[in-house]
Design a protein around this ligand. Structure first.
Ligand SMILES: [Zn+2]
Length: 210
């Protein structure tokens, strides 16, 4: 028990030494400020670490993760991260990154009661309902789940665009693109779903906030 826990602290010491060997100013530079270009909204799944899979370093990516990379408009945590990233850090890109084999998405496709998390999974069930014609037509369960992962990401990209935080940035002509990606845990590859939002015009007019 203790051994596996202490290993992390030992690893940390090794990592610090490695970074300093590469660049003696590594921590001095990072300690002063952060200037990330990207906000990452990803799944909490331990297999999808934002920095490692994108080859980025500390300071490069501002990160928010939850079960199934959801953008729920009443989630104060997500809204606070989004607000800080867009209004203070002025990130240029927001990336919603889902992943195939997502446990949250798979759980949302079932009818079993799981407890508190059912309330969170219901948001994914809503996504299923919006796209039920396409999804129900896919007979293979694995393929259907993969497609739900994709359309779920697309909906979260939409949901970001619906926020006043993002729309006000666009109104200020702040460069801000919202991307939808899916990571494949089977081969490590990221697929760009090419559902990028760049402007309020990319949203249905009912969501426009003047
Ligand atoms: Zn997941």
């Amino acid at each position: 028990m203790e051994q596996s826990y202490n290993k992390l602290l030992e690893n940390n010491k090794k990592w610090v030494a490695e970074q300093l060997a590469l660049d003696p100013d590594f921590f001095n530079n990072l300690a002063n400020s952060q200037n990330p270009e990207y906000l990452w909204i990803g799944c909490s799944d331990s297999r999808v670490p934002a920095n490692q899979i994108t080859g980025t370093k500390p300071g490069d990516v501002f990160v928010h993760r939850n079960i199934a990379n959801m953008v729920v408009h009443s989630d104060m945590n997500m809204l606070s991260v989004l607000s800080y990233a867009v209004e203070v850090l002025k990130v240029k890109h927001i990336i919603v990154c889902g992943h195939y084999g997502c446990g949250g998405v798979l759980a949302a496709m079932h009818n079993k009661q799981l407890g508190l998390i059912d309330n969170w999974l219901r948001h994914i069930k809503d996504v299923y309902r919006y796209h039920h014609k396409e999804l129900d037509a896919i007979e293979d369960k694995t393929l259907r789940a993969r497609r739900l992962v994709e359309v779920n990401v697309m909906e979260q990209v939409h949901d970001l665009g619906k926020t006043s935080i993002v729309q006000n940035a666009w109104k200020r002509n702040q460069p801000l693109h919202i991307h939808g990606w899916v990571y494949d845990i089977n081969d490590g590859m990221i697929k760009d779903l090419e559902v990028t939002f760049r402007d309020t015009k990319d949203l249905h007019s009912v969501y426009h906030l003047d």
